[in-house]
Design a protein around this ligand. Structure first.
Ligand SMILES: Nc1ncnc2c1ncn2[C@@H]1O[C@H](COP(=O)(O)OS(=O)(=O)O)[C@@H](OP(=O)(O)O)[C@H]1O
Length: 265
């Protein structure tokens, strides 16, 4: 899905100031945010946002970026690349970036299921095997913890908005309102409420085959906070706690993730 030619072409990709970038580690809810942003665009422009290309920036052929030059603004660009691998024009041209994080235990469980449920991508022999690879960062798009460390110093930068999956789940309408404000979109309370109703997990899963094809029901799998408790052994849970401490304890992102609420107990 990501060839070296594509990566090379990506280095010179010209971002626009009005591009909207959705940056996340895999399985942290990027399709959720993409849906919310496209609904916001629809609410303010009355034009349905179409994704003429697969929305993950780094996936596809190397000609993709040329074709994207013809797309009307605003373009929505999703990426799972680490901060230091993003094309420089995102920062130079001051595109707005929504960064979504989810706690690592649920992220790992979601990632494992995606690999093992979707027929066309490689599967793992067992959860234990996946967990070992995840902890070593030897999974697609690399280490969750490296991704987090890379973003930690940039979450309060201009043009960056941090979103926590778990907060959005608990306060969906409030989260959508914040995203709209960050993007400079002015919507009424009723419009926000209407988008919120269409953006619940149940609503998105129900339409997933239409919106995402056969992969839809695997992508919109469970949408819960705390599913990790059904999967991680006590030893694995402690290993993750140690890794979190080592990498993120005392950092700004470490606090933003509310690890104690969502990953312990
Ligand atoms: N509306 C809504 N509410 C709550 N949760 C949601 C929603 N939409 C997507 N999801 C959950 O997000 C997980 C998929 O993350 P991504 O979209 O980032 O996946 S991917 O990396 O782009 O493949 C995946 O998590 P799991 O269900 O735990 O596997 C999705 O179910």
């Amino acid at each position: 899905m990501c060839t070296s030619e594509t990566f090379q072409a990506l280095e010179t990709f010209e971002t626009r100031y009005d591009d909207i970038v959705v940056a996340s580690y895999p399985k942290c809810g990027s399709n959720w945010i993409l849906h919310i942003v496209s609904e916001l665009i629809f609410a303010v422009s009355k034009k349905k946002y179409e994704y003429p290309e697969f929305p993950v920036l780094e996936c596809g052929d190397s000609e993709k970026y040329q074709r994207m030059e013809d797309f009307p603004s605003p373009r929505i660009l999703a990426t799972h690349l680490h901060y230091d691998k993003l094309p420089g024009s995102i920062f130079k041209n001051k595109a707005k970036i929504l960064v979504i994080f989810r706690n690592p235990k649920d992220t790992a469980v979601s990632f494992f299921h995606f690999h093992n449920d979707v027929p066309d991508i490689p599967s793992y022999g067992s959860w234990d095997e996946f967990f070992r690879q995840f902890m070593k960062g030897q999974v697609s798009w690399g280490s969750y913890f490296d991704f987090a460390i890379n973003w930690n110093k940039h979450l309060d930068d201009d043009n960056v908005k941090f979103i926590l999956y778990e907060d959005l789940k608990e306060h969906l309408a409030a989260g959508i309102k914040q995203i709209a404000e960050f993007l400079g979109f002015f919507l009424t309370g009723e419009q926000i409420q209407a988008i919120s109703v269409q953006s619940t997990f149940q609503a998105m899963r129900a339409k997933s085959q239409n919106t995402h094809g056969a992969v839809g029901p695997f992508l919109f799998r469970k949408g819960e906070v705390g599913d990790w408790k059904n999967v991680l052994s006590q030893t694995q849970s402690q290993e993750m706690d140690e890794k979190f401490k080592e990498c993120l304890a005392g950092t700004s992102l470490g606090a933003k993730l509310k690890y104690e609420s969502y990953c312990q107990g």
